[in-house]
Design a binder for this molecule. Structure first.
Ligand SMILES: CSC[C@@H](O)[C@@H](O)C(=O)COP(=O)(O)O
Length: 361
């Protein structure tokens, strides 16, 4: 069993093919931007932070061996290829924000007369490569901040029972995870009694990937199908729901894996606090509310088939949105590496985002 979604050494990029998990652990080499776009679009790598890191590293692999006549030519190529990578999947904002930051960096470097073409390339590649270590550090901070926030709401030294959705762990990030990072931190503090993870239809990221990570880490866990969420809240005394995010709008509305919204509605009814755990690279302050977030629709086949096996009646039509938007009013707070924010406090993140440019070194 391996939990490393992304392997990057000496400019060689490989991703663990998540379509084959948990049956097989097989790495695929990503030789450049074209391969990067394909593995993201086919969901061989998935999860908002992992998408951005693999996209940007695929550009690094390609740039490393390329020769440029001028800084302007390199800048132009960086911009075109990053914009192409952003088109691979539309909802998660991390790739878009990383692309904007890197295009800004390329512009600055190309205009600076003190920086040579070789320096520009080296600085650019280093900035991309640093994304891996930064993401792990951010996730550990999210884990700790989230665990403390949840524990501040329970009495004495009682243990927590957490419900989560989709996969937000090592496989969706450079390592450790966001919502699953919070669960890992609670477990490390010996304050976790149990985790319930949803199957996450139609693509089963919960059953295939989250369950795999929980078993790997020996975290006490139970898999439920998505339609059991209300029952689990009624009968299993859930302390909190913690989920990830693909894009958090400025007002706190949050796009995440389809099914998240109904969990938040049920959490409200049962009086269970509902948290989003996400790095700042998932917060899009340019989008005022969830109404402006484009929701990706995936092929029918992901619903009608499991692997090669058809489970739906032939001839039926399908609707397969990959994400839904949870309104801010249902969210108790957003756990980031810079602290815990109630949805209405998110706008203060603007300062953090500017002083802590996502991808700059
Ligand atoms: C840390 S991953 C956060 C989100 O990206 C995750 O919850 C999710 O919705 C993933 O969707 P996916 O379609 O598998 O890429």
């Amino acid at each position: 069993m391996t939990l490393r979604a992304i392997r990057y050494e000496n400019s060689n990029l490989e991703i663990l093919d998540q379509l084959l998990l948990p049956a097989q652990s097989k790495y695929i080499q990503v030789k450049g931007v074209e391969d990067g776009w394909k593995v993201i679009n086919k969901m061989q790598v998935r999860g908002a932070p992992a998408i951005a890191i693999v996209g940007c590293l695929s550009l690094a692999v390609e740039l490393r061996n390329e020769k440029f006549d001028s800084k302007q030519q390199m800048r132009h190529e960086i911009e075109g290829k990053l914009n192409y990578l952003v088109s691979s999947r539309p909802t998660a904002v991390n790739m878009k924000i990383a692309a904007e930051d890197l295009i800004d960096l390329a512009n600055q470097l190309s205009k600076d007369p003190n920086i040579t073409l070789e320096d520009m390339k080296a600085r650019f590649l280093q900035t991309v490569e640093d994304m891996l270590t930064k993401d792990i550090a951010d996730n550990k901070a999210i884990g700790e901040i989230g665990a403390k926030e949840i524990l501040s709401r329970v009495s004495g030294d009682s243990l927590c029972r957490i419900l989560t959705h989709c996969n937000t762990g090592s496989l969706a990030t450079a390592g450790y995870g966001t919502a699953l990072g919070v669960i890992r931190s609670l477990h490390a503090m010996k304050r976790l009694e149990h985790v319930y993870c949803t199957e996450t239809r139609p693509y089963n990221q919960g059953a295939r990937l989250t369950a795999y990570e929980l078993v790997h880490d020996k975290i006490p866990a139970t898999l439920i199908v998505d339609s059991m969420v209300a029952a689990v809240m009624k009968h299993r005394n859930i302390t909190a729901v913690v989920v990830g995010a693909d894009r958090v709008a400025a007002n706190g509305d949050t796009a995440n894996k389809i099914g998240t919204y109904q969990m938040a509605v049920l959490a409200k009814y049962h009086g269970v606090p509902f948290f989003v755990a996400a790095p700042l690279t998932s917060v899009d302050l340019k989008v005022p509310s969830g109404d402006h977030i484009i929701i990706e629709e995936r092929p029918d086949r992901e619903m009608t088939h499991i692997g090669e096996h058809r489970i739906a009646a032939k001839g039926v039509t399908c609707w397969n949105p990959a994400f839904d938007v949870t309104p801010a009013s249902l969210i108790a707070g957003i756990i980031t590496e810079k602290g815990f924010f109630r949805p209405e406090q998110l706008k203060t993140l603007n300062d953090c985002q500017q002083t802590n440019n996502h991808t700059s070194s």
